[in-house]
Design a binder for this molecule. Structure first.
Ligand SMILES: Cc1cc2nc3c(=O)[nH]c(=O)nc-3n(C[C@H](O)[C@H](O)[C@H](O)COP(=O)(O)OP(=O)(O)OC[C@H]3O[C@@H](n4cnc5c(N)ncnc54)[C@H](O)[C@@H]3O)c2cc1C
Length: 583
């Protein structure tokens, strides 16, 4: 196979964690192999970070010891907001390399389970470091400690099953089997954990029902990828693989204690830092351009991909990495007539992936919180009423705890307002006057705070009306909502169809990679990444997918890509008008 020292020309579409990290891993591999590479990354919004959306809100004034008023402004993440450093090994390694790790601060990992009627109130305070845990509500004390022990056993049993089940084995199947045959389902895990369960205790069925209805169903219904038909229909692997990664293997035989962190000054800052690092590393060997504010569409031709963006001449690429949602990806791909079979094949793989949308709102409305203020916790999970439609990702964070006020002297002032982020189905669930405003001017902001914020947030503070989050409805909302601190988010439902689509796209990716590895240019020069392609799409899973993609492209970087494919490139692209070196 002829080789070439011309750079491999590659497009990445999507400026979220998936697109940026694909560029990161490609950069590393090209550097290590001393191979020329040219990357154009395209993002349709004016800012980078995808699902990350950091706002500044105004909570009024506080009076200092000398009686002087000061503005009480806080930042808050409406989208991605925390990670578990104990299990996010790739994220931690990248943050270490780019010098970002110190910005990851420990949060207070506590949860409250409650219902609207006030008859359910349990707190998981195992990780409580500051504050008081009332034994009357502490999960560890409930039912003389039996409930907490049973939860550990149920959790371990579900984790044990993960390697043996198919996506058609649901959360409902699991709990039904536990209720029908507790010893058969749970004895192995109980023995592993050395927990004694009285299998013939007449209380056991009711206790198992409580574990299901008071803890797991509400918590699973609060995960962003849940099926809106309710937690029972979700594949068991979906929430339990999420638990393992995001919350630690808490039921484990040798448990990995979680190390939950939030992004100081906002998650968007981390993704901007990653973009800055990429741009700073860009040189003659590996060139990286980041183009923001460009909605790209593509024409897939035999052995290459042509990208079209507004105000920009079409550009040819030997390979294109899609780091966008499955439905957005379908919308931006066009296939030449000779490639229509590929179009159909890819359409069949991507179209079963279903999405839900919701709102994240920053507010001070206590009506969405447990009645009893003493059981407000970092994560507050609502138990739905019987028959209530199970809208995904319904929960409220107490931002003061998420940002760990007690550990932050500059925040820790008694009497200052508690403020929340709630994930809701409709903006009407929160009174307008309790919704906080997105601060849009810098007058009230201390320069030190301003300097720390993500660039995207600062641009808004300077008055720019940027499209943020998945905020496509921004133009049609009621004027009274235009300036409020909310966003729209969108996520794929992690149902059996989505898992099947993940498998199909992984086979497709591998087949394409095999061609590249064998020195051939694939006819359909696309590789698929993005949160929807791997597990629940947590940041670590996005990184895992990006690392794989870069590995698949590696042989092409070794010069094995056909001369024809490289020749398709018009040489180094002229910098288009909207190239953003710093978005
Ligand atoms: C509300 C919510 C909270 C979450 N919280 C966490 C968390 O705390 N921790 C965690 O690890 N994970 C969390 N997740 C998971 C999260 O989705 C992923 O970590 C991550 O956002 C997925 O990144 P991505 O790059 O694949 O997609 P996105 O972040 O959605 O980025 C895709 C990008 O592609 C762009 N794009 C689309 N079409 C085009 C086009 N035609 N041309 C150019 N650009 C285009 C979009 O504008 C977008 O910026 C959360 C998810 C949701 C929904």
């Amino acid at each position: 196979m002829p080789t070439s020292t011309l750079p491999l020309r590659l497009a990445i579409i999507g400026g979220g964690i998936s697109g940026l990290s694909s560029a990161y891993y490609l950069l590393r591999q090209a550097r290590e192999g001393d191979r020329p590479l040219h990357i154009d990354l395209y993002e349709r919004k004016a800012t980078l970070g995808g699902n990350a959306d950091t706002v500044v809100v105004d909570l009024g004034d506080y009076i200092d010891g000398e009686g002087l008023p000061h503005a009480y402004l806080r930042w808050a993440d409406l989208g991605v907001n925390d990670v578990n450093l104990a299990t996010y090994v790739r994220l931690k390694a990248i943050m270490q390399e780019i010098g970002y790790l110190d910005n990851m601060k420990p949060l207070q990992d506590t949860t409250s389970y409650f219902n609207r009627a006030g008859t359910l109130a349990l707190t998981d305070d195992a990780a409580l470091r500051e504050g008081v845990s009332d034994p009357a509500f502490n999960l560890g004390h409930a039912d003389s400690g039996h409930l907490a022990q049973l939860i550990k056993v149920v959790h371990r049993s579900a984790l044990n099953l993960l390697s043996t089940i198919t996506p058609h084995y649901t959360v409902g199947h699991f709990f039904n089997a536990c209720m029908a045959q507790p010893a058969t389902m749970l004895a192995k895990a109980a023995a592993q954990l050395r927990i004694m369960i009285a299998w013939h205790d007449p209380q056991l069925p009711a206790r198992l029902a409580q574990v299901r209805d008071a803890i797991y169903y509400p918590r699973i219904a609060a995960m962003y990828f849940t099926d809106e038909r309710g937690p029972a229909v979700l594949p068991l692997q979906a929430p339990f693989e999420y638990y393992r990664l995001q919350e630690g293997d808490s039921g484990g035989i040798t448990p990995v204690p979680p190390d939950r962190r939030y992004f100081a000054h906002g998650a968007q800052k981390w993704l901007e830092a990653l973009a800055d690092y990429l741009l700073a590393q860009s040189n003659a060997l590996v060139t990286i351009n980041i183009h923001t504010d460009i909605t790209v569409s593509t024409q897939v031709r035999d052995g290459r991909v042509v990208a079209f963006g507004h105000d920009q001449a079409p550009l040819d690429y030997a390979l294109c990495v899609l780091a966008t949602h499955a439905d957005d990806t379908l919308g931006l791909l066009n296939f030449d007539t000779g490639m229509s079979d590929w179009g159909r094949k890819i359409g069949a793989m991507l179209s079963p992936v279903r999405y839900t949308r919701g709102y994240a709102v920053c507010h001070t409305y206590a009506g969405l919180m447990p009645h009893n203020r003493n059981i407000w916790r970092t994560y507050n999970v609502l138990q739905r009423d019987a028959g209530e439609r199970s809208f995904p990702y319904r929960m409220s964070y107490v931002e003061n705890l998420h940002q760990n006020d007690p550990a932050n002297p500059s925040y820790s002032r008694t009497g200052l307002p508690m403020f929340f982020i709630s994930l809701v189905q409709s903006l009407d669930e929160i009174p307008r006057d309790a919704m906080l405003d997105r601060v849009r001017d810098t007058d009230r902001i201390a320069p030190a705070m301003l300097a720390q914020l993500p660039r995207a947030t600062r641009r808004q503070l300077h008055g720019e009306a940027l499209r943020t989050g998945y905020r496509s409805t921004q133009d049609t909302v009621h004027p009274s909502l235009a300036n409020k601190a909310w966003t729209v988010f969108k996520h794929n439902v992690l149902n059996a169809e989505c898992i099947a689509a993940q498998e199909a796209i992984s086979h497709y990716n591998l087949a394409t990679a095999r061609l590249i590895g064998g020195g051939e240019q694939p006819a359909c020069a696309l590789l698929f990444g993005g949160g929807w392609t791997r597990g629940a799409g947590l940041q670590e899973q996005c990184l895992q997918q990006s690392e794989l993609i870069a590995g698949w492209i590696l042989p092409a970087l070794r010069g094995a890509v056909s001369a024809a494919a490289v020749a398709a490139a018009p040489g180094p692209a002229a910098a288009p008008a909207a190239v953003a070196r710093a978005a």
